[in-house]
Design a protein around this ligand. Sequence first.
Ligand SMILES: Cc1cc2nc3c(=O)[nH]c(=O)nc-3n(C[C@H](O)[C@H](O)[C@H](O)COP(=O)(O)OP(=O)(O)OC[C@H]3O[C@@H](n4cnc5c(N)ncnc54)[C@H](O)[C@@H]3O)c2cc1C
Length: 408
Amino acid sequence: MRGEVHAWLKENWDPTLGVFEWRNKLADSGWGCVAWPTQWYGKGLAGSLEAVVREEFNAVGAVGVAAGVGMSLAAPTILGHGSDDVKSRFLRPTLTGEIKWCQLFSEPGSGSDLAGLTTTAELDGDEWVVRGQKVWNSGAHKANFGILLARTNSDVPKHKGISYFAIDMRQAGIEVRPLRQANGYSTFNEVFMDEARVPAANLIGERENGWAIALTTLAHERGANTARRPKFRNVDAGRCVAEAAKESQEYFATYAWYPQRAGRPDLVPLQVHATGQVDDPVVRQLAMAVASQDRLNRWTVQRTLAGRKAGRPPGPEGSLAKLNGSLMARLCNKAHSEIAGAAGMLVGPDGPQNGMVGEVLISTPAMSIAGGTDEIQHNIIGERVLGLPKEPGNDGDLPFREVKSNRR
Ligand SMILES: Cc1cc2nc3c(=O)[nH]c(=O)nc-3n(C[C@H](O)[C@H](O)[C@H](O)COP(=O)(O)OP(=O)(O)OC[C@H]3O[C@@H](n4cnc5c(N)ncnc54)[C@H](O)[C@@H]3O)c2cc1C
């Protein structure tokens, strides 16, 4: 297969093409997403072969498919649950990057209790009319489409009345308001939907089966890194590379603070040396704890990825990887605080490591919240791995409209 992809690239890679034109060639050839089925722009091969293909692309500097929420969350969900019509309209422009996506799940009163969401969608002829509010929606200010969860039936228990849609973000019924974060960035948003419209054909999967479909998205979210940014070694290597690099720079600006959110373990030894504390036994102990946890963390992520490459669907091991990420962020926060002392409170160029330490200290709490909080991951592991009883709830099998709530 390495020989095949090598030969195909030799014949077809053309850096003078526009990036969308090139990615359309990738879609036609199947070499952009080898693990996707052959009728949907892939080659139907094992996910483990993706790494081989990437190596061959990197060797000639060829651009790959688009990165981000579209490819990591929307596309796998659509592949798993969408009708052929939905697949044929959304998969190709998602992999070429012509459609950029955001995730419209969380609401002011429904984050952990996602199934308690109150945004509604009502069928009016051949359109759904959406009313409600979402929040913490990363990149919604740049997205053309959103993966949306909305309640379509309040007369059944909460998990059974939700449907899953692809909603056009560029319409009069949608207002996106950026939020300002404590670390100075403004990368997620409030999204208000006031009679926003969704064509009936943009329902993903069966009506009222949205919860099961959302679990697919969430499993992919916990097992993947939606902020993994492709590297472009030489942006002067032709139009295609330059356009892809520009697209990547604009898209990943939303995630510029994510390395700091993860704790920046790489800065710990630099800080130990910069502050002259190499011989301090407490500091040495902390630095070693960070290095050990970092190694463990990588192995857990590799275990998750290996499972995916072997063709296993994402499962509770994603929750373990996510919890490890939170642990790492907190440990780094502790080490950076200890090593920098009061100087760690300085942000901007005056702060240690050009203000990065200050940014770490403010940003790391997000690790324990985004993509499902630590407590929710504990619940998932307790119930699905350890077989513990479900946590008690106040809603049981009640129809959603009878569930006691301060949200309505
Ligand atoms: C950086 C970042 C990016 C995000 N991006 C997006 C996005 O693009 N799209 C999107 O839809 N959402 C996004 N979110 C939102 C995220 O999914 C929610 O913040 C998260 O699910 C928690 O919900 P909440 O904020 O409403 O907190 P709550 O659910 O109100 O939780 C408050 C506290 O109560 C605890 N708690 C709640 N329920 C239980 C329980 N049953 N057992 C034990 N403890 C419990 C929680 O662990 C937490 O400590 C993002 C969040 C962050 C931080």
